[in-house]
Design a protein around this ligand. Structure first.
Ligand code: 5GP
Ligand code: MN
Length: 328
């Protein structure tokens, strides 16, 4: 790892589509650790509630600056892929990266990474990719921890565990948090920046979704929420506004599975809208097989995603035709 990093002149750090706190945190922590020299490229826009993160203003968004990013990718001599397990998860950039034969490092906590990287740090038992980045920084003598790195890492630990409510039972995690606090992390301020800066529209959209759009399938302990592009428009939807919504039906005592479908209007020149689907479950009730076999996605046993191209109605029909096969 140390050799790869020290021999490289043009490092590019990638993270997954629809970046979340762990994607942002792990990518930016590496960026700061490597002295601010790498280029960080994300496939599409990240939510505004991550704008405050140190280094967020240096991130390239591929969808917005395709040509410039293609040049950077072609000139790279080392890629670091963080928080994703398959080049498909970075969209069209995946093929551009594979076309450049330089070394690739994978840092990730999703199951079964595709075999594309030269150096693989895959730890599905880890709470987050930020936890793995922390361990790499701790054990690789390149640069010491600093407040920017620690702030980015804490953000990923916090968001990928739902503020330490799931994937967070291993004691090591709290050793790490203690170290990050010693590095000066302002944990309450980070919580506030991510979870208490919503727009009024966002909170009302959540209310509407739960009150009017949540359907319960009691015999399968299953909840479904759908939001069409028109409904999202009504509430002035911004990227990230439905983050966390899929978890809320699990607050109901006998709901163990939750699915959320969100329509994205067809891009110019394409005929069908994209229905983006999130799956969550509790306990020994995997949803990733369902997500992968029916909805072209995958993920963790208790948190998966997928998509179909078509209408919300078609997605709901597919859901209703298949949930009995895949759920207990
Ligand atoms: P979310 O519902 O937050 O978009 O995604 C939840 C989890 O599902 C992510 O952390 C990721 O592991 C996984 N996931 C989401 N979308 C996809 C997808 O299209 N393919 C795969 N393989 N995993 C996905
Ligand atoms: Mn993650």
């Amino acid at each position: 790892m140390k050799e790869l990093l020290q021999n490289a002149q043009h490092i590019v750090i990638f993270t997954h589509m629809a970046p979340d706190g762990d994607a942002m945190g792990s990518a930016l922590a590496l960026y700061h650790w490597l002295g601010g020299k790498p280029e960080v490229i994300v496939p599409n826009a990240f939510p505004a509630f991550f704008n405050w993160m140190p280094g967020a203003d240096r991130i390239h968004v591929y969808e917005k600056e395709k040509a410039a990013c293609d040049t950077i990718i072609a000139a790279a001599d080392l890629f670091i892929c963080t928080d994703f397990n398959d080049p498909k998860r970075i969209g069209p950039m995946g093929d551009k990266m594979l076309a450049n034969p330089c070394p690739k490092i994978l840092i990730d906590h999703h199951l079964n990474p595709t075999d594309f990287a030269d150096e693989v740090h895959s730890h599905p038992e880890a709470s987050s990719s930020c936890e793995i980045v922390y361990q790499i920084i701790r054990t690789t003598p390149i640069n010491p921890m600093n407040l920017d790195i620690a702030t980015c890492l804490y953000t990923g630990l916090m968001t990928d565990t739902g503020n330490f409510s799931f994937n967070s039972t291993r004691a090591e995690l709290y050793d790490i948090i203690a170290e990050l606090l010693r590095a000066g992390v302002q944990k309450d301020a980070i919580y506030d920046a991510v979870f208490n800066q919503y727009s009024e529209h966002r909170v009302r959209l959540t209310g509407y979704a739960l009150y009017r759009k949540m359907r319960i399938y009691p015999e399968h302990h299953l909840a479904l929420i759908t939001l069409s592009a028109d409904e999202l428009d009504q509430y002035h939807y911004q990227v990230g506004d439905t983050e966390g919504l899929v978890n809320m039906p699990l607050q109901i005592s006998d709901v163990y599975y939750s699915v959320f479908m969100r329509e994205e209007r067809a891009k110019p020149g394409t005929p069908k809208s994209r229905i983006r689907i999130s799956f969550r479950s509790q306990g020994d009730r995997p949803v990733n097989i369902w997500a992968s076999e029916v909805f072209h996605g995958g993920g963790h046993a208790n948190a998966s995603g997928g998509e179909i191209f078509g209408t919300i109605g078609q997605a709901v029909r597919l859901f209703e035709q298949t949930y009995k096969t895949y759920l207990k």
